[in-house]
Design a binder for this molecule. Sequence first.
Ligand code: F0G
Length: 352
Amino acid sequence: MMRWRGVMEEFRKFLPITERTPVVTLCEGNTPLIRAGRLAARVCPQAELHLKVEGANPTGSFKDRGMSLAVSKALEHGARAVLCASTGNTSASASAYGGRAALPVYVLIPAGNVALGKLAQAMAHGATVIQVEGNFDQALAVGKVVCEDEGFELVNSINPFRLEGQKTAAMEICDQLGGAPSHHCLPVGNAGNISAYWKGYREYLAAGQIERCPAMIGVQAEGAAPIVRGHVVEHPATVATAIRIGNPASWPSALRAVEESSGAMEMVTDEEILEAYQWLAGEEGIFCEPASAASVAGLAKRSAAGLVPEGARVVCTLTGHGLKDPDIAVSVSPRARTVKATRDAVRKALRG
Ligand code: F0G
């Protein structure tokens, strides 16, 4: 079996890179696409369901695909440093790839609203972590200005190379399925990823690799659903901190993806997100973070409303690993009991 070389080498002909572009990679991509029979029976028995497990990337989220390209390009341009605003995953990824490229990394995170695992990653990789008193939208606004002041490369998804790298997930799914799905569900925060997937599908169609593109279904959390509601949300709130965003940077291109694909933008409650999160971990063996489970919650909601046709072939992207947010996992699960180290005590505990 050939060794997987990361998204830049594997999808080189679809990417804006040359022989002079340095390749900064952690061999991201090639993540599992897993058939989910039990979950399908529960949420969409009329359809076929596959889960794209992006938590299996090197830093535990889909961001690595785009970060490989963005950091490589920053290096090619001779950037002094990279900076991002982040709800956590972008900062984890930027810290790893930037560190690998020997570039200083600065991350701006909304104070008190980043999951512990993500914060730990940025710190472990040696980034300068700055907590901003405000939400993600405010951190991004200030990050843009500071990058101009300092001549740093901004590696948020408004950096076009991020989306170029992330589009490879759509191409990979088509390769793994032997064709395009009919419907694709994914969580939407800053709206970069849905825009990237749509670009990937369209380019694969143009290259003759697939015969159709899927309907794109974006899913937002009810307390942070600016695109569904059609207006900026001043104070976004959701248990899914990764998508706690009230004014997405890629709003127009996300809307285009939904319109051009005859898809939809959906919203789900925190309760629905956590329910899907527990189904995934408990019944499919896939531990993702809450934001990721929004894709499945959105699918369940649309299927219950009769909006998923018989015979549909659905892919849900699970964007980040469950270990990113251990606090949530512990808080929604029964408490572990502590007993004496004796046969009797343990056997008694087995019975609850
Ligand atoms: N799922 C996870 C786990 C995420 O971390 C994000 C975004 C999304 C979904 C939404 O993707 O923004 O492209 O619509 N996280 C960003 C961050 C905002 O800073 O890590 P999007």
